[in-house]
Design a protein around this ligand. Sequence first.
Ligand SMILES: [Mn+2]
Length: 329
Amino acid sequence: MEQVFKKLTELIKNNDEIFLMTHSNPDFDGMGSAIALQQIINKFNKTSYIVRNYKDNDHSLAKAYQYMEDEHIKHCFIGKTEALEAIKEDSLLIILDTQKEQLVEQPQLLKKTNNVIVLDHHIKGKSSIVGMFSYINSNISSTVELMVNYIKYLNFEINPLVATYLLIGLEIDTNSFTVKTTDKTYEAAAILARQGADNVIKQEILQEEKDNYMRKQKLIAKSYMVHDNIAICEADDDIYDSQDLAIVAMKLLQFENVEASFVIGKIKNNVIGISARSIDRINVEEIMSKLGGGGHLTEAAAQIEGSSIKEVSKLLFEIIGGNYESNIY
Ligand SMILES: [Mn+2]
């Protein structure tokens, strides 16, 4: 990884204007990493912008942005339309926590510059962005883990609040240190704790509105088992946040005998989302890719336009139906 960090540092130092972008519907792994990287870039006295969709209303991230304002932590966001106007041909664009063009916050930015760096921890797919420099390692738990190693390499002191965001990202991506967690992941957590990551602020940020919690509980109650080891939940007709579907899918893994979970719900008026999770024996990435989605062995998702929840459930059953055992190894 040292070579990667050397090269990354060199590229940052050689560019005066840098754009940072993660996937749309950002989480603390992608956005936390972008915020941390911006802090590093500030240290090198370079200008950088984090591409942000101001229409996003993720409750926890909104709290995180507010804390940054309150604590006067230097940061610089740019709207996804403004970024299109601001980026120049020779600007450096760093993509974090995804490598798929269709998943980034503003795909059109990729057409504006050829100076693209991709830093990601998802399995390399066929349609990955071709950057001038990429580091994609699916053996690490999260983009945060990569970022913490970079911080360590630079001997950089990160703001305790940002360390807190990184810890949240690490916890979310590893489902609280249960998936993809290695000794290095715990080491990253230890570094963040040493840099002042605050467990009280972490809890405050992750606290949610009771109504929202109850909505998810209802979905859990609606779930049923298939093949004795797969939990499926078909949501009602309300529109859900895709992250909430993911949280429910994750929760379902906590129940006895559940080896994989699929949560199907409306995420936009004519878009059905499926969030899939597994404890390891069932490859949900394989299943979701058959529905046009993707992800990891243990966490994946798909979005289907112009279908109903029932129709999507049927499609899922066609895949996991009779020969679902082929997905077990
Ligand atoms: Mn991630």
